[in-house]
Ligand binder design. Structure first.
Ligand SMILES: Cc1ncc(C[n+]2csc(CCOP(=O)(O)OP(=O)(O)O)c2C)c(N)n1
Ligand SMILES: [Mg+2]
Length: 323
């Protein structure tokens, strides 16, 4: 664990966002298996420390563009579980009004969230545009976005980082290196084992962080955000983790070696933080059990309310269609 100073209250907040994300995820997977889900379901298991730790490092005026495994960031930034379940269940009350039954497209500009653009890496140039608008307006704000290890091999990743570096944009890019892009392991799509090394080509800082350590993710993101805010330009952060289930729920991921999963299971980000908090006397198992119980009640209630809410009115089908 890192040595940045967080109060014990903040640490319990971080834990709550992670356990809320985990409980949400487990219930989302269960719903899909029961045939109650509608669209695609991308498990977040293993990614909780990245989405929560990074989002926690931003100020309310900063803009975030999460990807499909950043549920924790959506929750932490204020999209309620009920609105997200409404989205997953195709309800009018969902973030996209029932149009995208997925964890995609869940933007809310009132909360400074740009929804995930499902074409991989397109959130990067959009976030760069946001960052440049801050520069032009002389606003001390930062844009933060995420992509995957697979996404980092796409052209837009390089084009965005190159321009962000030249323009000294207040942009933070986090690559969630979960070892696989669908069924393709990292070593079959790039020779370098460290994606952060790409940063050298753009002459910007490249940082590797343990993506299963929420305080470490918070610390490196916080540093990058403050550098960007003070005119220090972009940072590339590579958070190393493991995708613990298939690409989406229909994928059994039989191609992932069991021993690899077992090794990462022993470093589970939620369990690890739980142990850290108890061993350092920050809290005890009773309080953590209470927080878990609170998360379970919040999620169960959100699902019930979302399922009871209406589907979109067919008459609204053309709303938001511009061409
Ligand atoms: C331009 C484009 N090509 C292909 C896809 C289909 N697709 C969605 S996610 C994915 C793999 C992404 O892997 P990675 O970037 O490592 O993220 P992860 O899912 O592992 O978190 C692919 C091929 C897409 N959404 N967009
Ligand atoms: Mg990946």
């Amino acid at each position: 664990m890192s040595t940045i100073s967080l109060t014990n209250e903040q640490r319990l907040e971080l834990y709550y966002w992670m356990i809320l994300t985990r409980v949400f995820d487990e219930n989302m997977v269960a719903l899909w298996k029961q045939g109650r889900g509608v669209g695609g379901t991308f498990s977040q298991r293993g990614h909780e420390a990245i989405s929560v730790g990074a989002a926690y490092a931003l100020g309310p005026d900063d803009v975030i563009a999460p990807m499909h495994r950043d549920l924790g960031a959506y929750l932490l930034r204020g999209i309620t579980p009920q609105r997200i379940f409404g989205n997953l269940l195709g309800r009018a009350s969902g973030v996209s009004g029932g149009r995208d039954a997925n964890l995609h497209g869940m933007g809310d500009l009132n909360l400074n969230i740009i929804g995930f653009i499902s074409h991989l890496t397109h959130s990067l140039p959009v976030s760069l545009g946001v960052a440049m608008s801050f520069l032009y307006r002389n606003e001390a704000r930062v844009a933060l976005t995420f992509t995957g290890d697979g996404g980092s091999s796409a052209g837009l990743f390089h084009e965005t980082l190159n321009m962000a570096a030249v323009w000294n944009a207040p942009l933070v890019v986090i690559v969630e290196n979960n070892q696989y892009a669908y069924s393709t392991p990292l070593n079959q799509q790039m020779k370098s084992p460290n994606i952060a090394d790409h940063a050298a080509a753009y002459a910007i800082p490249g940082v590797i962080v343990d993506g299963n350590d929420v305080e470490a993710v918070y610390a490196v993101t916080r540093e990058a955000v403050e550098r960007a805010r003070q005119g220090g330009g972009p940072t590339l952060i590579e958070a190393k983790t493991m995708r613990m289930l298939g690409h989406a729920i229909h994928d059994g991921a039989e191609y992932v070696p069991r021993e690899l999963l077992a090794a990462w299971e022993a470093r589970d980000p939620v369990q690890r933080y739980r142990t850290f908090l108890c061993e350092n006397g920050i809290t005890d198992e009773d309080e953590l059990a209470e927080l878990t119980q609170r998360a379970e009640v919040e999620i169960t209630d959100a699902i019930a309310r979302a399922e009871a809410s209406p589907l979109p009115d067919p008459a609204t089908v053309l709303d938001g269609v511009y061409a």
